[in-house]
Write a protein that binds this ligand. Structure first.
Ligand SMILES: CC(C)(COP(=O)(O)OP(=O)(O)OC[C@H]1O[C@@H](n2cnc3c(N)ncnc32)[C@H](O)[C@@H]1OP(=O)(O)O)[C@@H](O)C(=O)NCCC(=O)NCCS
Length: 153
């Protein structure tokens, strides 16, 4: 298995993986257009030539970034791929000098295992909500907000 940066030819498989879980209400759907535009944010795990997991780190502001679109194919779940992707995305945040990483998720236990702690959504900076306007769930967000402060590690 190979954890690497996403490339253009991964987009169809990334979209199928993300939207498979989005159809189940587990995460937000992504359009082909948004995946191409944001491709540089994405990492993938490849196994035998196919994308089996993906996730992205999106920069919000000077001290904050967000883990988005994390998905591991069902038959590959429970093998540590999700944690490996989150760790690699956190490494990316550290590389660019970003001290805080948050996520909005329906999988709070998984993110707790990755070191994140629950926070009050009201404490999120306004810039986060500006981007939420584009979400299909806006303004009725029912996801858990979770934060990892890298300066406290
Ligand atoms: C959530 C998801 C990314 C986890 O990936 P994964 O590769 O199965 O997780 P890992 O094997 O790396 O698990 C890491 C730890 O989290 C725990 N964990 C994983 N998924 C969990 C879940 N749904 N509930 C509770 N604990 C979970 C594992 O038991 C493991 O615990 P450990 O610290 O005791 O070893 C994956 O199940 C998935 O893609 N789900 C569908 C899409 C989704 O919900 N994405 C999240 C959007 S924010």
């Amino acid at each position: 298995m190979n954890l690497r940066r996403a490339i253009l030819s991964d987009v169809e498989e990334m979209m199928a993986l993300i939207n498979h879980f989005a159809d189940q209400g587990l995460m937000l759907p992504r359009s082909r257009n948004s995946l191409y535009e944001c491709l540089r944010e994405f990492l993938v795990v490849e196994d035998e030539g196919r994308v089996v997991a993906t996730g992205a780190l999106h920069i919000i502001w000077d001290d904050l970034s967000e883990i988005r679109a994390l998905a591991v194919m069902e038959e590959y779940q429970g093998k540590g791929l999700g944690r490996s992707l989150v760790k690699a995305l956190i490494d990316d945040a550290q590389t660019i000098g970003c001290p805080k990483v948050f996520t909005l998720t329906y999988q709070p236990v998984f993110f707790e295992r990755c070191g994140f702690a629950m926070i009050d959504k009201e404490d999120m900076p306004h810039k986060v909500w500006k981007e939420c306007i584009h979400c299909v769930k806006f303004p009725n967000c029912d996801e858990n907000a979770m934060m990892l402060n890298l300066t406290k590690q």
